[in-house]
Design a protein around this ligand. Structure first.
Ligand SMILES: [Zn+2]
Length: 465
């Protein structure tokens, strides 16, 4: 779609501006298709039959049931009761874990459910030592189990006062909607065999300072876990903005450019080769746009480049802090009267994060976006490692080298004009570990992706620097 937009804009420019210039040859070629180069236009990879069937099982009625049950616990503030069987975050945690165990029971032993926890000392809006407990269902990969992908939502909630742990905080959209994504995908994927491992997480303590996700990410990092992608779902349950505008077929995905773990020297190297838009985070984002904007999800994934720490921060930041690629999904049109508000009617306006404001069909489509992305990641080989672009000689060719992966059946070089946002061209190069492309590295960005024997393709790797 972006390519079509680019082409359209290019043709418009060509006809309006360049056509008036003398001796300019074919303007559409010069503007829209520059630089010319080898390969064919990239056609987005499509879900296969198994994935399509799996996504048809994602059920809006189940999403509705999950969110309605979570809201029934009254408040899920992180400091609310851990022991009351009916009200508070402890009851919500136990219910989520019990549901996840019923899904695991269908997995022939591939899925396990844990509730790792720790005691967070009083800090900021955490007023007293508080149990932070995540619920994590892990579906072990059958081919490459040490490679991990994570999908999450946060099951804690808040009202106007982040430290109010007694009054109602329904948290239907923020973030019952994200928990519903993780739970519904755990249910439909439990009976299948992904190549790599998928973790379905409901985390706590998000509202106070991302405590649960920080605990999860730091535990993974200290275990040396290879997390190659993390999808955070936070406020993905409504398609109607505060002005009443509906946008039910778009989901925003916030994908930061430069990883926060890079040193100043690394950032300077990145800038020196024009790689500001080619971090592993952006490659993950491009991958999700490519695989998950299609008739199976009925969604258009809109990659956003602005990571606002205050409004668009969230649990993905905990993973970014350990160098793991991570993105956040959020509905395209928000209504801030329905987030972080005490339930009340004021001047005839209903405030509060209530079930009645949710769009379960939209939420289910967001779950399918996550599901298609996760499954496509887990079925493909990992992102190629050790990619280098030879810049030792002045030449109009470009030679790429990478580390062979025994799980890859072949590789593809992808490229795009340096000002484009998405990969536009693809060159199959076979089962090799280097390739020379007749195209100047001064004019384009190059990536390399691995292709499995099953046809699934990895996110692109970008050159080391
Ligand atoms: Zn949230």
């Amino acid at each position: 779609m972006r390519l079509l937009q680019n082409t359209f804009v290019g043709l418009w420019l060509a006809s309006s501006v360049f056509a008036q210039l003398p001796g300019n040859g074919d303007p559409s070629l010069e503007v829209a298709d520059w630089p010319p180069g080898p390969g064919s236009l990239l056609v987005p990879q499509q879900p296969d039959a198994e994935l399509t069937a799996m996504m048809s099982q994602v059920d809006p009625a189940r999403v509705q049931a999950i969110i309605t049950k979570l809201v029934s616990f009254g408040t899920r503030n992180t400091m609310s009761s851990q022991t009351d069987p009916n009200r508070g975050i402890g009851a919500a945690r136990d219910w989520i874990a019990a549901q996840m165990r019923t899904f695991a029971a269908t997995s022939e032993g591939r899925m396990t459910v844990d509730t790792p926890s720790y005691i967070q000392a009083a800090k900021g809006s955490i007023l007293f030592p508080t149990n932070i407990s995540n619920v994590v269902a892990t579906l072990k990969g059958s081919i490459d189990p040490t490679r991990i992908y994570v999908v999450s939502g946060h099951y804690d909630s808040r009202n106007s006062n982040v430290s109010d742990f007694t009054n109602d905080a329904p948290g239907a959209n923020d973030d019952g909607s994200g928990v519903a994504v993780a739970m519904e995908l755990a249910r439909v994927m439990a009976t299948h065999k992904p190549g790599a491992t998928i973790m379905f997480a409901a985390v706590a303590g998000e509202e106070q300072s991302l405590f649960g996700s920080a605990f999860m990410a730091s535990t993974l990092a200290s275990d040396g876990a290879n997390v190659e992608g993390m999808l955070n779902n936070d406020i993905v349950g409504s398609s109607t903005g505060d002005d009443g505008t509906k946008d039910p077929f778009t989901i925003r995905m916030f994908a930061q450019g430069i990883p926060p773990t890079e040193t100043l020297a690394q950032i300077q190297s990145r800038v020196s080769i024009g790689a500001e838009n080619d971090s592993p985070i952006r490659q993950l984002g491009r991958f999700v746009v490519e695989v998950a904007s299609n008739p199976v999800t009925q969604m258009n994934v809109q990659m956003e480049y602005r990571p606002d720490r205050y409004l668009r921060g969230g649990d993905h930041e905990s993973f970014l802090a350990h160098g793991y690629p991570a993105v956040r999904f959020t509905e395209p049109r928000e209504n801030f009267a329905h987030q972080h508000q005490n339930v009340r009617v004021q001047n005839g306006v209903q405030f509060g994060d209530l079930v009645e404001f949710c769009d379960f069909d939209f939420n289910a489509r967001v779950a399918r976006v996550n599901g298609v992305a996760l499954w496509s990641l887990a079925q493909a080989p990992g992102t190629p490692r050790g990619l280098t672009l030879d810049t030792s000689m002045l030449t109009n060719n470009s030679t790429l080298k990478w580390t062979p992966d025994p799980l890859a059946a072949s590789y593809e070089v992808v490229w795009r004009a340096s000002e484009d946002t998405m990969w536009t061209h693809v060159i199959p190069v076979g089962n090799v570990s280097s390739a020379t492309i007749l195209l100047s590295k001064d004019n384009v960005q190059f990536g390399v992706r691995a292709v499995g024997a099953n046809g699934f393709k990895s996110p692109a790797a970008f050159q080391a620097f």
